[in-house]
Design a protein around this ligand. Structure first.
Ligand SMILES: Nc1ncnc2c1ncn2[C@@H]1O[C@H](COP(=O)(O)OP(=O)(O)OP(=O)(O)O)[C@@H](O)[C@H]1O
Ligand SMILES: [Mg+2]
Length: 264
């Protein structure tokens, strides 16, 4: 996007009544802010769910995350990229999930459903009292959630955070996995040091791909989550057996889990 395009873009936003804070930090907008996204932003502003959008916190493969404001509350604005999101992978996660059984043909439909699914997953987890961002609203490919951070700075990801007490953090993460399964009835399905934020509490984010236990792949995803967590913490503190955690989480007797493992 050239300078002239950016100016035009700012005028477009202004015409829609979208206040752009921090304009210089706000560079990553080329392929994100297509017309669909602009319209969704506009609707969120109109519904007073969002009052300003600021600089990017993260520009990922599937989504970009921006700082935002809703009145005097700091929010995170996650915008799924319609053109570049891996919607084939998304479809696989959606297919087995009864909550999202409706027909989805186009790229856009898949991404809108994905956004709605992340909102629903965060809500289930948040309602169960788990440490995830509070889901606030969504429209099309945009999800609004509570900002996890201090002042303007998001909490660091576990990957780059300085852990004072790895064993205690590990125990919190294992507890999260168990409570997510037992109390919110979800498997995260992309749990790793990239999707855990370390702040006043150990927070888990990024739940678009999370599935209910009746998803045909749920147990496989659960084991993969547990292995990821053990791999990361295994280099930093003593970790428990993955089978034991799996059994404790699912309620499947340990002997059965181990027997199943021997058969494979
Ligand atoms: N609620 C939040 N508060 C503060 N920072 C956040 C919040 N949600 C996300 N972030 C920041 O944005 C980054 C990317 O968020 P997230 O993991 O949800 O998206 P992603 O990995 O790009 O998504 P995907 O893997 O679906 O493409 C996080 O690592 C974190 O730094
Ligand atoms: Mg992520």
């Amino acid at each position: 996007m050239g300078r002239g395009d950016e100016d035009r873009f700012d005028r477009q936003l202004e015409a829609l009544g979208i206040r752009v804070r921090d304009a210089d930090a706000f560079k990553v907008r080329d392929d994100v802010f297509d017309e669909v996204t602009l319209l969704a932003l506009y609707r969120l502003i109109h519904k007073k769910r969002l009052s300003a959008i600021g600089g990017p916190i993260s520009t990922g493969k599937e989504a970009n995350v921006y700082r935002g404001e809703a009145g005097d509350r700091a929010v995170a604005v996650k915008i799924y990229r319609i053109q570049t999101a891996n919607f084939n992978a998304m479809s696989v996660y959606l297919q087995g999930d009864r909550r999202f059984a409706s027909v989805r043909r186009t790229r856009k439909e898949v991404i809108f459903t994905w956004t709605r699914k992340e909102f629903a997953n965060l809500k289930r987890a948040h309602d169960a009292g788990l440490p995830v961002p509070e889901p606030l609203s969504f429209d099309r490919n945009i999800l609004l959630m509570g900002f996890l951070g201090e002042d303007e700075r998001p909490y660091p990801r576990l990957k780059e955070a300085e852990m004072v007490d790895p064993a205690a953090t590990y125990a919190r993460v294992v507890e999260f996995v168990r409570r997510l399964y037992r109390e919110a009835r979800l498997v995260h399905a992309d749990l790793s040091e990239f999707n855990i934020l370390l702040g006043d509490e150990v927070y888990v984010i990024d739940m678009g791909q999370s599935v209910t236990p009746d998803h045909p792949q749920a147990l496989r995803f659960l084991m993969r989550d547990i292995r990821n967590v053990n791999r990361f913490f295994g280099e930093r503190c003593p970790v428990r057996s993955e089978f034991e955690i799996f059994a404790e989480t699912t309620g499947i007797p340990l002997e059965e889990v181990l027997a199943g493992e021997r058969e494979r």
